[in-house]
Structures are given as C-alpha cells and as structure tokens.
Design a protein around this ligand. Structure first.
Ligand code: NAD
Length: 328
C-alpha cells in the first residue's frame, strides 16, 4: 500500500517514519497543500493523507479518483475542507483523526483566563516597561457562568477542566452527552446567550453551524460577553465580531480560529503585504487575542494525528471501514 502525505511539517516526519514502518506501508512525504495543480502527484497511490489546509472539493476528488486513490484521511479532527458527498459518490473512503481532546481543551481554558485577566494588554505593556494596573482589572472565575456550545470530545474535556474553577457551567448541543450532564446543565441556545459571561464554541463547522455567532445572536448576549473560538473560524461571522468589539458589546475575544485565516496561519508572513483587512483589523484590538490555529499543537496530538492518518487508511483498506470513517 502506498500513501501520499500532503502538508507534512518537519515535526511530523519522525512519527511518519516510525508509524509507516510499523504499519508496513510506503509513505511519500510532501509539504505541499492539496490542490488541482498538484493532483497528479498522487498517481499510483491508493491512499492520500492531508491536513486542514486546501479545499478538497469535488473537482480535486475526481482527479484523485482518476489517479487511483481509494482512501483519504485527514490528520485533523475537523473535516469541513472535504466534500464527503462527492467522496462517497466517487467511491473514496474518508476518515478523520480522533486524537486526545486535552490539548485543545487546555488551550481553551488558557484563552478564557487570558481574556478574563486582560493578559494581552499586560503582556504588551510589560514589553515596554509599563507595569501599571489601570485597565487591567479582571474577574474571578467562580463568579461566572460559562457556556460550552458543542459537548463532544473537546467540549466535554473543557467542561471537565472548568469544573475545578467553581463556575456555573451551562451546555448546549443537539445531542446531550451523559458525561457532560454530570457537570453542566443543558439549556437552549438562547439561554446560553442570555446568561453566560463566557461562551466557548466546540462544534464542527457544518452548514447548520456556519455563522452560528452572528449579529443577531450577539445581540442576545450579555454586555461585555467573552467569546472563545478554538473550533473553526466559520462558526463566527467576522463582521459581527468586529461590530461587537467596536460597540463594546463584546468584552473580549479569544480566537484560535478566525474566518479568513487560510494563507495566514501556519505561515511566516513577516515581509508580505497581507490584504485580509477584517482579519487584521480584528487582530489589532487590545481585547482580542488571536492565535495561529495552534490549539491542537502538542507533542502528544501530533504523534496521534500521524498515527490516525496512516492507520485509518490501513484499516479502511483491510476491513472496509475504521472507527473514524466519515463516508459510511
Ligand atoms: P465531536 O464530534 O466529538 O463533537 C462535536 C459536538 O458538536 C457533538 O457533540 C455534536 O453533537 C455537536 N454539534 C454538532 N452540530 C451542532 C449544532 N448545530 N449545535 C450544537 N452542537 C452541535 O468533535 P470534537 O472532537 O469535540 O471537535 C470539535 C471541533 O473542534 C472539530 O470539529 C474541529 O473543527 C475543532 N477543532 C479545532 C482544533 C484547533 O486546533 N483549533 C483542533 C481540533 C478540533
């Protein structure tokens, strides 16, 4: 079995070497992002593994299929960059990764604390020897109501992490998670908006969740609400976020993922002119913390992502299915 691996970073290479040896597969590593321009690189490969960058749409999948690809794995949990309907029609089996939720959940709690304690401003000031306190007053976590939207693997772990802080925990999901029910109270969406001081998003990006945070939903929130997005940028309408911060309806944003991040995050753009105005405008506010889509990025997760990427393909080839198969 031959697998073509796209988007490979240096820090993944050792894991690729070890895991491909263990699985007895031949893997070709490439740092390119999947696109129509490089679609013929996969000729002669039955499996392709990719990360979250690049739009793996019907056209690209058709080319992969013509080139003999039968299996595709994304080494990410999110799979909104892959057209699953087209993959199924073309007979390409697709799976995603299911690495431990701890890294993203830990990062989320760090974002909440950084927002609550005005840490972006404190950090900036410290760098120019300004050690004043004015404007840096924060809030105690145990006085707050925190809402988690999407209580799957990551949302549940966020709730578990937060349960030690003594805050009131509310949850919203289309399905109730029995484990989350032990820690948090499930409420409807409007109650989350009305009662929460902090709202953290942990649902996948689907048509049904696209721009779930928009002008209308922000209007229902408490004044000074803190919004955290360590899931996918498309869950929040960037125009609504900008308006919310400008009007001070939003007290702070902690965003690991923001609409329009493609081509910016995971790149060194220091010497480039970057034209994404909204992304950069949002980035400059004193109370907006934006990180480079890095909540997943721990030693443990990277190893597991590579393992999921290879083992998923091997399993689908051997048995026709795997635990995280998306094209059932
Ligand atoms: P999961 O599938 O375990 O959980 C997702 C939850 O969202 C499920 O409980 C599901 O019922 C719920 N959901 C689906 N549609 C909903 C809706 N309309 N309203 C409310 N809830 C809804 O996934 P997970 O492992 O917890 O990951 C969640 C998301 O986090 C991923 O889809 C991915 O986009 C994102 N993610 C981001 C990073 C990062 O580095 N920032 C890393 C990993 C995952």
């Amino acid at each position: 079995m031959k697998i073509y691996a796209f988007g490979v970073r240096d820090d993944e290479k050792q894991a690729f070497e070890q895991i491909s040896d263990q699985c007895g597969v031949e893997v070709t590593l490439s740092d390119e992002t999947p696109s129509l321009e490089n679609a013929d690189l996969v000729k002669g490969y039955e499996g392709v593994t990719a990360l979250g960058m690049g739009n793996i749409d019907r056209d690209l999948l058709s080319r992969y299929s013509e080139n003999g690809v039968r299996f595709l794995s994304t080494r990410t949990i999110g799979y909104n960059h892959i057209d699953l309907v087209a993959a199924k029609e073309l007979g390409i089996k697709v799976c995603n990764a299911a690495y431990p939720p701890n890294g993203v959940a830990d990062f989320t709690v760090m974002m909440i604390l950084m927002c609550l304690r005005q840490y972006k401003q404190a950090l900036w000031r410290g760098q120019v020897n300004d050690f004043s306190l004015q404007g840096l007053q924060g809030r105690d976590m145990n006085e707050l109501t925190i809402g988690v939207m999407g209580t799957g693997r990551i949302g549940l772990q966020v709730l578990k992490n937060l349960s030690g802080f003594g805050c009131r925990l509310l949850a919203y999901d289309v399905y109730k998670n029995p484990e989350a029910e032990k820690i948090a109270t499930y409420v409807d969406q409007d109650t989350i908006y009305k009662e929460c001081d902090v709202i953290s998003l942990h649902m996948p990006l689907f048509d049904s969740t696209y721009h779930i945070i928009n002008h209308e939903t922000i209007a229902k929130m408490k004044d000074g609400v803190i919004l955290i997005n360590c899931a996918r940028g498309g869950l929040t309408d960037i125009d609504a976020l900008v308006d919310g911060v400008e009007s001070e309806k939003i007290g702070a944003l902690g965003m690991d993922t923001v609409e329009g991040e493609e081509g910016i995050v995971h790149e060194d753009r220091r010497t480039d002119i970057i034209s994404n105005r909204n992304w950069f405008y949002l980035h400059q506010f004193r109370n907006v913390i934006m990180t480079q889509h890095m909540a997943f990025y721990t030693k443990e997760a990277v190893e597991s992502m590579v393992r999921c990427g290879i083992e998923g393909i091997v399993q689908m080839e051997k048995t026709g299915s795997c635990r995280t198969m998306l094209t059932k």
